[in-house]
Design a protein. Structure first.
Length: 88
């Protein structure tokens, strides 16, 4: 292996090993995960719990509780568990 290839691979390794510089507040990160999970649950259980709403509805931050409520009222046990997890 040539020295330039070895140096290139070493530089890539150094970059990958550095700690991320992004500063994201843990509370903001948790809220982002809740929104992502609510969107996923809306798509997954649309036919069971959200059939009267548009399939391409964009679930936002203010809709997470609404999604959890519908999952727990109109869904099966699996949907109820997802809704309960969103409420945490």
């Amino acid at each position: 292996m040539s020295d330039s290839v070895r140096e290139y691979l070493a530089e890539i390794g150094r970059r990958g090993g550095r700690k991320s510089r992004r500063t994201l507040d843990p509370e903001v990160a948790r809220q982002m995960v809740r929104i992502r999970e609510a969107r996923r649950a809306y798509r997954r259980f649309h036919g069971m719990c959200f059939w009267s709403y548009r399939p391409d509805l964009e679930v936002g931050e203010n809709d997470v509780e609404w999604v959890a409520d519908h999952l727990m009222k109109h869904g099966n046990r699996e949907a109820w568990m997802v809704g309960a997890r969103l409420c945490r």
